[in-house]
Structure formats: C-alpha cells, structure tokens
Design a protein around this ligand. Structure first.
Ligand code: DC
Length: 218
C-alpha cells in the first residue's frame, strides 16, 4: 500500500526539517513544494515577469521541472541553495498567488505524488495536491520561534540576515499567504494540528511517525 503523508503549515513552522526526517525514517520519497514555488519565483523574477501580469503562460511554457529522488532540475540544471534566500521566498510568495503558476506546479506535484509513498510538504498539499493523503499534519509555531529557526538555518548556511527583518518578513508572508484569494494557507478539515513551539524536532517526528504507523502499513 502506498502511504501519502501531507505536511502543511506556515513559513518556519518546521515543515521542511520534519518532512525530510520522516521520509528518511520511513525510507520513502520527499517532496518540497515550497522549493518549487521558490525556483519558479526566482526564474520568473529573473525573466522580468510580474505577478500582476494577466497571463504568465508565455514564460511558463519554457520552464521544465524534473523531480528525481528528492532533487529538482530546472531546464536540466540542478536546483541548489540559491532558492533559500529571503528574496527568493518573497518572489515565491508573490508569484504563488498567480493562478497560472499554481496550475502549472499543482499539475506537476500531483504527477509526482501518484503511485508512490511520499511525504509532501507545502501549504496546499492536504487540500489541493493530495486531498486523499492517509495522514495530514498541520504544523504551527509562534512567529518569534519561526523567525529564530529561519535565522539559525540561514546563519548555518553562511547567509547573513537580521532576526528583526526575518520576523517582519514572516509576519508579512503569513498575511500574504493566508489572505490571498487563490489557495490561501488553510488547515485541511481532517488535518491534525501540532504546535511545535515547545517541542524538539525529534518529538515532532516521533509523534507523526506514531500516527503514520496507525494508518499505513509500511
Ligand atoms: O515553504 P517555503 O517558505 O519554502 O515556501 C515559499 C513560498 O511558496 C511561500 O511564501 C508560499 C508559497 N507556497 C505555496 O503557495 N504553496 C505551496 N504548496 C508551497 C509554497
């Protein structure tokens, strides 16, 4: 039986770290849909596109995304840490509200999630991409805790940022992501909410693995 696990939640709630560890522990694939919005946001920005344009199809038709064992290739080039900067996050958030971008990426994501066990993370995974997921988790954490995590993560990668700027960006992106008309950040009705503010990564992962074991035979 294929087991599909959807992990959603706002920026910095711990989705990426947790989803990767679960995939590792269960030896199944991992899909980071935020990375896809980041790469598309960056490419569209570099092409001079604006999220205000009525149609973005003329740009999107030249973009090919390939997924292979958790890695992404954009028009044949492997995608790396260039998508992890705060700017790429802002472009992602901006273009993610465009219907053409969502349709383009949702279709690729649905295809990736077909016929395999997978841990997929992103804001609309449980509601739009794999509404039939066996397990849906919605992670939450306070804006301060999330900004601190992003800060530590970027510092570890040698990217210089200010904590205050990250906190401001997180609050702005939350507003942007939850108030937009298209695919706003909402918890699926059947998702289990876990507040990670005072939990270690291991505690969150253990809790989710327990739920997965109840629902899937892996
Ligand atoms: O999770 P993240 O920070 O890598 O996501 C980057 C942006 O992409 C975020 O502002 C919202 C958008 N996004 C989305 O709209 N839908 C998804 N499934 C994943 C990300």
């Amino acid at each position: 039986m294929h087991c599909k696990i959807a992990i959603d939640g706002p920026a910095g709630s711990g989705k990426t770290t947790v989803a990767k560890l679960i995939a590792q522990r269960l030896s199944i694939d991992y899909l980071d849909t935020g990375a896809m919005y980041r790469m598309i946001g960056l490419v569209l920005h570099n092409l001079g596109a604006s999220a205000k344009e009525a149609s973005l199809k003329k740009y999107l038709e030249h973009i090919k995304i390939k997924y292979d064992e958790g890695k992404f290739y954009l028009n044949g080039q492997i995608v790396g840490d260039e998508i992890r900067t705060p700017e790429a996050g802002m472009y992602a958030s901006d273009f993610a509200s465009h219907n053409d971008v969502r349709e383009f990426l949702t279709q690729i994501q649905k295809e990736i999630c077909k016929n395999r066990s997978i841990v997929a993370e992103g804001r609309d995974i449980g509601t739009v991409v794999i509404p039939d997921a066996n397990v849906k988790i919605f992670l939450v954490a306070s804006p301060e805790v999330r900004a601190r995590r992003r800060y530590d993560e970027l510092k570890n990668k040698g990217i210089d940022v200010k904590y205050e700027d990250l906190l401001e960006q997180i609050i702005e992106r939350d507003k942007n992501d939850s108030t937009r008309d298209i695919a706003p950040l909402v918890k699926a009705g059947d998702a289990i909410e876990i507040d990670t503010s005072n939990l270690t990564v291991e505690q969150v992962v253990d809790r989710i693995i327990e739920i997965v074991k109840e629902r899937c035979k892996l």
